[in-house]
Write a protein that binds this ligand. Sequence first.
Ligand code: CO
Length: 134
Amino acid sequence: MIGRLNHVAIAVPDLKAATAIYRDTLGAQVSEEVDQPEHGVTTVFIELPNTKIELLGLLGEGSPIASFLERNPNGGIHHLCYEVPDIMEARDRLVAKGARVLGKGDPKIGAHGKPVLFLHPKDFCGTLVELEQA
Ligand code: CO
């Protein structure tokens, strides 16, 4: 069911410092910062030949990455995003298998303008999984 690894998301306490590490130390192409108020984060995307890295910085009160950054003050891998051809079909199939979808269970429009869902890390090997309709 799942297809390509769309991105690996890394939550960071200082988005500008993290962007500089990827741009200046690792020599990657980095995007501008984009606020995602719907998701409580500011994102920077890094294009790699085979996938992307999504840097996540805090945006506003009650950001979903706030507690993660409390537990991981230096930042860390926050989620993996896999592509699926049909997000509603994927959701129904996963729910039928007992997986928990976070939030109300309906897709939101993600950072790339495509529908996304998040799956409970306890059901997926301790990893928060994002599904994005390709
Ligand atoms: Co993501």
